[in-house]
Design a protein around this ligand. Structure first.
Ligand code: ADP
Ligand code: MG
Length: 294
């Protein structure tokens, strides 16, 4: 019995252990009953999704609105539990961990959400927002560490004394990224982090994310409805359609030679793709991506 955690620890340390491993994940949501006699209607958001993300990989998940992308990310981050299937982070099964044992996961994996205004408490100063994950994990949040994090995301350390509404959308997303990096995670999970931003600042925030991923050797799991954004940021991609993963592989392979009908349709629906593959600038790409929604 005593040996068991040691064995698991050693397994988790293996360099070949995926950072994220999703197996046969199903998520069924119950909707409110329309009548007390009718069974509650259900929505199957994920229908048996499996994927592996290697350490250091930049893994994109693409699909239309409603395809299950956010549900999958929430389950990977243990903010939600699957109806069936498992998620391992660094070799540890997080799907069976009780809430109080998820602390270790919060050190290793952090999230950035789509809407920086919705995910930042307007009554909190930036200093406390950025320090929040550290405090939640029981660590002191030193002034110097907050300043270092703000600098890392391209903000002035003075930003610490201000409130979210005093910043632009792009700056607020930088604050969200600083907060996510505070506990020094090695996995960053981002759910459409630039979709709510003005076109003019998307490229800058995407550049920041890719620069930080490089500098800090992070593993990235990045969700977008926009194939050109995934192309810019990721090396591998999985295509979700109606809760199923229909295709996955290296970005070039999936984009140049899509195997599944749905992927072909997605790829041909992105007018900027040809230009993306032709090496058009990120600014132009981001401008082209503005037409898509999701
Ligand atoms: P995406 O992020 O790709 O737009 P989501 O994961 O948000 O997709 O949603 C997938 C499906 O699950 C949709 O049909 C959505 O309506 C449904 N869904 C998501 N969250 C809930 C929830 N909390 N309760 C009921 N249905 C949900
Ligand atoms: Mg979503």
């Amino acid at each position: 019995m005593v040996d068991q955690p040691m064995v698991e620890q050693e397994m988790a340390e293996q360099p070949t252990t995926p950072a994220v491993s999703v197996r046969d994940v199903v998520r069924v949501y119950r909707r409110p009953r329309r009548s007390p006699f009718a069974p509650a209607p259900t929505v199957t958001a994920l229908r048996g999704v499996s994927l592996d993300v290697a350490r250091g990989q930049r893994f994109g998940i693409v699909g239309e609105s409603g395809s299950g992308k956010s549900t999958l990310l929430r389950i990977i981050a243990a903010l939600d539990r699957p109806t069936a299937g498992t998620v391992h982070i660094d070799g540890e099964d997080i799907t069976s961990l009780p809430e109080r044992r998820l602390r270790g996961l919060r050190h290793r994996l952090q999230l950035v959400f789509q809407d920086p205004m919705g995910s930042l408490d307007p009554r909190m100063r930036v200093r406390d927002i950025v320090a929040e994950p550290l405090v939640a994990l029981g660590h002191p949040a030193h002034r110097e560490r907050v300043a270092e994090l703000l600098t890392a995301v391209g903000l002035s350390p003075d930003a610490a004394d201000r409130y979210p509404h005093q910043f632009s959308g792009g700056q607020r997303q930088r604050i969200s990224i600083a907060r996510a990096l505070a506990p020094r995670p090695h996995i960053l999970v981002a759910d459409e982090p630039v979709s709510a931003l003005d076109v003019s600042v998307r490229a800058q925030v995407l550049n920041l994310v890719t620069d930080l991923v490089d500098e800090l050797s992070l593993t990235l799991v990045f969700v977008s409805h926009d194939l050109s954004v995934i192309r810019r940021v990721c090396d591998s991609v999985a295509v979700l359609h109606d809760g199923e993963m229909v295709e996955s592989g290296p970005v070039e392979q999936v984009y140049d030679d899509p195997q599944h009908d749905y992927t072909r349709r997605l790829v041909s629906a992105i007018p900027t793709l040809r230009r993306a593959l032709a090496g058009v600038s990120v600014r132009e790409l981001a401008a082209g991506a503005a037409g898509a929604t999701g």
